[in-house]
Design a protein around this ligand. Sequence first.
Ligand code: NDP
Ligand code: DGY
Length: 305
Amino acid sequence: MYPCSCSIQQWDSDEPIPRSELLAGVAGKHGLLCLLSERIDKEVLDAAGSNLKVISTLSVGVDHLALEEIKKRGIRVGYTPDILTDATAELSVALLLAACRRLPESAEAVKNGGWTTWKPLWMCGYGLSDSTVGIIGLGRIGQAVARRLKPFGVKKFLYTGSRPKPESAVEFQADFVPLTKLAEESDFVVVTCSLTPDTKGMCDKDFFSRMKKTSVLINTSRGAVVNQEDLYQALVSGQIAAAGLDVTTPEPLPTDHPLLSLKNCVILPHIGSATYATRSAMSVLAANNLLAGLKGESMPNELQL
Ligand code: NDP
Ligand code: DGY
C-alpha cells in the first residue's frame, strides 16, 4: 500500500531489545518501529540523531514516548488506534466477569479439593444486573466496554474525563460526574483512560475509601493509573470486594508481589489486544505508518502532537 524502498535493521525476537542494542541500533536511522515495552526518551532520541523523522509504535498507548521532546525535534509519530478496540473491550469484560464472579478462584477449587458440595453462599460474587458501572475515560475502548456491558442489564453508566462527551455518552445515557461521585456510586469501576500526568495514581487511597465494600475495580489502561499499594490495602481490608488488572507496575509483576497472594485480585499479563487478528492488523498498520512517514506522506494513523 505504501511502496517504499528502505533497508531494515530488525531486532528479530519476541523478547525486548536490550537498551544498549537499541541505543546502538537506532543511530543514524530515519525511522523507528517500537513496542510499548521500549522507553523512547531523550537518550534514545539523542542516540538516533537528527536523521530520525518518524517513530511508529505498535500500540495505541503512547505513554512510553517522550512526546514533548519528540515534538520539539519535529519527529512524527504513528500509532494503532481503533483496530484493537474490540479485542481490548472484550478482554475488559472477560476480566470483569472473572473478578466479580470469582472464576479463577472457583476453577482452582475444583482442582484442589475445595469443592466439597453445593453450598448456598459458597463462591458467591456480584452480578451486573441492575448495577451502576463507572467508566474512567469514555474513549474508544471505554465506549466499546459500555456497549458490551449494557446487555447484561446495567442500570446506570457514569463516566469521568477531562470534559463531558455528550455525543459519546448518549448511546448509554451515561452521566458525566466528578471522580469522587463515580467512586461512591459505582458497583463496577472500569479504568480505560490513557496514562498521563493527570491520570497517574488516580485510583488511590482516597478513591478506594469512597468505593462501596461490594464494588469491583477493573483496570485495562496502564498500571500506573492505579496506586498498587493502596489497592492492596483496599482489597485486604475489605474496603472493596475485588479487582481485575490486565496492566500493572512494573510489567511483568514480580511473582512474589503481594497482590498475587490475594484471591480477590485477578491479574492478567497485559493481553488486552492479544488476538491473532488484532496483533496482525496492528503490525500492518504500524508498518504502513512508518513507511508513509518515511515518504513524507500522510500516515494512516498519525498522533497529533
Ligand atoms: P482514547 O484516547 O480513545 O481514550 C482515552 C480516554 O482517556 C479519553 O476518553 C480521555 O477522556 C480519557 N482521559 C484522559 N484524561 C483523563 C482524566 N484525567 N480522567 C479520566 N479520563 C481521562 O484511547 P483508547 O480508548 O483507544 O485507549 C485508552 C488506553 O487504553 C490507551 O491509552 C492504552 O493505555 C490502553 N490500552 C490498553 C490495552 C491493553 O492491552 N490492556 C490495549 C489498548 C489500549 P477525555 O477525552 O475527556 O480527556
Ligand atoms: C496498547 O496498544 O496501548 C496496548 O497496551 C497493547 O495493545
